[in-house]
Structures are given as structure tokens and as C-alpha cells.
Design a binder for this molecule. Structure first.
Ligand SMILES: NC(=O)c1ccc[n+]([C@@H]2O[C@H](COP(=O)([O-])OP(=O)(O)OC[C@H]3O[C@@H](n4cnc5c(N)ncnc54)[C@H](O)[C@@H]3O)[C@@H](O)[C@H]2O)c1
Ligand SMILES: O=C(O)C[C@H](O)C(=O)O
Length: 318
């Protein structure tokens, strides 16, 4: 029950680590980041954040050991590794603008991780998400069931939280599905959204629902506009939920970015679809019926991700 989080000296990574610790199912969370120089000083953000979080254990009541490091040897034998290493976007940027810098980081980090944990499961968080998951899969040599991207849980959580606010109901009672890439072309699916089993379309006007769908698609950008950098609380909780589902073999159904090989008539890219998560990683890709307009939206999202993937391949050829 060992988890590694790389990029854990930063915002999302440290939140993933704390969220895992607070759930108290893992024995150990190793937090990796690089050292930072400032003049004559050298700082170790992953060690600092790990120590600060471990000091919260008596108050929050968890046993999960949090340790910080810059040495991959300490990650040896990890069951699950979460990669949040990379640069977040700033206002005016798209996630795709991070392609060049983050692909180098994710490739390097993945190679280090599999050196010490050749059977691990990898969850990618770094953006642009769908292509970074492709990069990690290629660099790791791991089976496709063991490499996945976190985005759909976050995006559906945004959709669910906005609906809960509009309907004045508990967010816990809203279930939803969302597919496609983690960008503005993502495809929230109101037809697969219910409030305790009641189709949401029966509870809310079409205009209001359409506005909430649009807000969800731009949910990441809304936070960037407010903070000058991207979100971490909801993304951190979402990645921790995936780790928990895998390690406790919960067989939970979540939308995750996975390698498609013909499912939904899509091949050779990572894209968000519903999957069953448990021991071993992705146990099953679930194919749901989509109507014509939903299929068109998924195709458009596939096209957008494919275009970023082509850009990545061109970078590799340079
Ligand atoms: N998938 C999602 O839904 C989602 C949500 C939020 C953020 N993100 C992405 O997650 C990434 C991290 O965001 P953040 O807000 O935590 O940024 P951050 O700057 O706070 O943290 C990133 C950390 O990565 C570290 N890092 C950089 N290069 C590294 C390397 N080679 N090895 C180890 N660590 C390295 C940095 O030192 C930094 O501490 C960004 O790419 C962001 O776009 C994705
Ligand atoms: O929006 C971003 O750049 C970060 C992340 O993908 C998000 O959706 O919050």
C-alpha cells in the first residue's frame, strides 16, 4: 500500500498526497519534487510539504506516513504513482500551450518511476492531460490497463457542484457522466445525469442546463481567471479518489482518460470514457449508447485531442 506522488512540492501534488492521507487507506505516501535554488539557498518543497502534512496527522487522525524526497530510489515498490509534475497554465493560456515543456517533464519522470516500480499503476494529472497520458504510456512500457489520466472525475464534479447549487440539493445526490478530452471540447452528458435517479432534464430548464454545461466546459479557465494559476483542491481530491478505488479494489465507475483501441470507434489515442477501476487498474472500458448529437460532440473532442497528439509527434521528430 505504497503511493508515490511526483510534483508533490506543488499545489495539486501536495493536495493529492494530503487527500490520500486523510482517507487513511495507504501505509505510505512518498512525495517527490525537485530541489529549488534561490541565491545561496536550496529548498526542498516536497520534504517541507510532507513534514507539514505529517505534523497534521495527530489532529486529522490519520496513520498514513508522508515523506518527502528528491530521490527516486525512495519510490521503490510503489503500487500506484501519481504524476502532477509540470507547469500550470496562466491566464490567457490554453492547456495545450503546456505541451512542449510538460511532455519533457512527464517523459523523464515516468522513466524514473518505472525504473524503481516496474509493475506500478500510473495516474497522470499534468496537462495537456490526454496527450500527457499518451506520453507516460509510451515512456513506461506498461500495459494500457495500468496508465490512465485524471480529468473526468474533476469535470463531472464541477458539473455536479454547479447543478447542486442551481437546484439547491446535495451534490452527493447528483450522478453524472462526461466524456472526451480534458479541454473546452469535453462532452458533459445531461442525458446520463440524475438527481437520486431523477433525470436532471426533468428538474431544470433547458436554457439553465445549457449554461451549466458551458460553464463546466470552461471550469478550469474560470479558476485560472480568478487565481492567476490553475485549480488544486478539486483536482487533488479527484486523483486521490482514483488511487483509493484502485488500492481498495472498489470497482468504481469513473470517467478516466484511457487508451482506446476501437471502443466508441476510436483508436490509438487516450480519451475520457467511463471505466471500472479496481485492483490492477482499468478492469473494463464501458461503452454506453450515444445519440447522434452526443456522438458528433465526442468526435469533435477526439479531433481536438488528435491534433495536440500530432503536435507532440512533430515535436518528437524535431
Ligand atoms: N488533469 C487535471 O484535471 C488537472 C487539474 C489541475 C492541474 N493540472 C495540471 O497539473 C500540473 C501541476 O499543477 P500545479 O498547480 O500543481 O503546479 P505547481 O507549479 O504548483 O506544481 C508543479 C510541481 O511540479 C514540479 N516539477 C517540475 N518539474 C519536475 C520534475 N522534472 N520532477 C519532479 N517535479 C517536477 C515543480 O517543481 C512543482 O513543484 C499542471 O500541468 C496543471 O496544468 C491538471
Ligand atoms: O485548467 C487548467 O489548466 C487546470 C486543470 O486542467 C483544470 O481543469 O482545473
Amino acid at each position: 500500500m505504497k503511493v508515490t506522488v511526483v510534483g508533490a512540492g506543488g499545489n495539486v501534488g501536495s493536495t493529492v498526497a494530503l487527500s490520500i492521507a486523510e482517507r487513511d487507506f495507504a501505509k505510505e505516501v512518498v512525495m517527490v519534487d525537485i530541489e529549488k535554488k534561490d541565491g545561496d539557498n536550496t529548498f526542498y518543497p516536497s520534504k517541507g510539504r510532507a513534514l507539514d502534512q505529517w505534523e497534521a496527522s495527530p489532529i486529522s487522525g490519520f496513520d498514513t506516513r508522508l515523506t518527502g524526497t528528491v530521490d527516486y530510489e525512495d519510490t521503490k515498490g510503489s503500487d500506484v504513482c501519481v504524476i502532477t509534475a509540470g507547469v500550470p497554465r496562466k491566464p490567457g493560456m490554453s492547456r495545450d500551450d503546456l505541451l512542449e515543456i510538460n511532455s519533457k517533464i512527464v517523459k523523464g519522470v515516468t522513466e524514473e518511476l518505472v525504473k524503481y516500480s516496474p509493475d506500478t499503476i500510473i495516474i497522470i494529472v499534468s496537462n495537456p492531460l490526454d496527450v500527457m497520458t499518451y506520453v507516460a504510456h509510451t515512456a513506461s512500457g506498461l500495459d494500457k490497463s495500468k496508465v490512465m489520466g485524471m480529468a473526468g472525475i474533476l469535470d463531472t464534479a464541477r458539473f455536479r457542484s454547479f447543478l447542486a447549487q442551481e437546484l439547491d440539493v446535495s451534490p452527493k445526490d447528483i450522478q453524472s457522466l462526461l466524456m472526451g478530452g480534458h479541454g473546452d471540447t469535453m462532452v458533459p452528458l445531461p442525458r446520463y445525469t440524475t438527481v437520486s435517479g431523477i433525470p436532471v432534464t426533468q428538474l431544470i430548464d433547458k436554457d439553465k442546463l445549457d449554461a451549466i454545461v458551458e460553464r463546466t466546459k470552461k471550469g478550469g479557465g474560470e479558476i485560472v481567471g480568478l487565481m492567476g494559476t490553475s485549480a488544486w483542491y478539486a483536482p487533488g481530491a479527484a486523483a486521490a479518489q482514483m488511487v483509493e478505488a484502485i488500492m481498495l479494489d472498489q470497482n468504481r465507475i469513473f470517467p478516466c482518460a484511457v487508451l482506446l483501441e476501437g471502443e466508441y470507434d476510436i483508436k490509438d489515442i487516450f480519451l475520457g470514457v467511463p471505466v471500472k477501476l479496481g485492483h490492477g487498474g482499468i478492469k473494463e472500458i464501458i461503452e454506453v449508447d450515444l445519440d447522434e448529437s452526443e456522438t458528433d460532440l465526442l468526435r469533435a473532442s477526439e479531433k481536438a485531442v488528435r491534433s495536440t497528439l500530432e503536435d507532440f509527434k512533430k515535436l518528437m521528430d524535431k
